[in-house]
Design a protein around this ligand. Sequence first.
Ligand SMILES: Cc1ncc(COP(=O)(O)O)c(C=O)c1O
Length: 378
Amino acid sequence: MEPDFDRIIDKSGTYALKEYKYRKSECLPMWVADMDFACPPEVLEAVRQRAEHPILGYTVAKELDEIIAERMAEFYGWQIDPDWIVYTAGVVSGLNCSCRAAENRSRAAVNTPIYPPFLSVPPFQGMNLEKSRLTLNASRWEIDFDNLRQTLSGGDSLFIFCNPHNPSGRCFKRSELERIAQICLETGALLCSDEIHCDLLLGESGHTPIASIGREIEQNSITLMSPSKTFNIAGMMTGFAVIPNRKIRQRFAYAKENLSSHPNVFGIKAAKAAYQHGESWRKALLEYLTQNRNLVTERLSKYGIVPAEPEATYLYWLDCTKTGLENPHAHFERYGVGLSDGKDFDAPGWVRLNFASPRSILNLALERIEKALNNQSL
Ligand SMILES: Cc1ncc(COP(=O)(O)O)c(C=O)c1O
């Protein structure tokens, strides 16, 4: 059966985080990064089947090893040894473990604007945070390579990279990844690449894991991935790291043991079903999301708040700094749309729209956003 992404699903009683924030208002929740779509039926069935077994104790995720290794080879041409995989309770916990694994490094650098935990995790793990801003060139977000090199120089940095990038939706090209890898190797920075959005590619975009581009960078990297965003199973708390270098992997695994960051018993089954049986669902999803993205572009471009279209993710990064609005986030909420506030991403005056909703809901949200931009009476 074809997935029905137009279906509006009532989440009441599920304590969904996205809705919970606006439970006392009429605001449409278009903020936190999960989708309003039912996950693939095979995933739901796998979870149901697991629940039939009466024991739900600690579980190892070994049954995913070969599936992940095969996926890396098939999707990205990256040959990995299953022994390189370390499972985590999601990717943010992998970010924490990466900081811990970056022993003797006192600094962590990130490209801002950025998904908020990139700003908070390094200081939480006792590291100094350094920022290298992305620049906007001809409607494309780009790395300022000179600035990045300067930021990482000194040999005691961890570079936490995000590709595809949240919130800009940028999907970096191989030539850009090669330059980043080169900079990390030259400066002695350890690379942690969060690639959680790697399978959410819009239009013609393609993904290359940065660690896959050469042996040297592979040995100097931690790659964080998860099926959670793509298959809408973020509540399953299941992610993994691919760490080719044995010493880095041991340090990461040690951190993970101490942070008790193990994947969830249902998450393992959900991930397995998603990777093994979710491909036609994913393809249909990407078509739907690409159309949603195009709709947002079409409706909002005329307001001058669309500096660049996302190439991946279901997140649209909107520049409201020239609208004259003092607090765009609060303004849109007054008009009934709950977006993510750019100030949490180190970009006050910007907002992030999650467009992974049934088209009728997205249309309603866009109507409200347009009303808000026109300052029409409420
Ligand atoms: C770049 C990035 N990393 C990590 C996460 C969260 O990962 P998890 O829920 O697996 O901790 C998100 C969620 O939006 C994200 O966008």
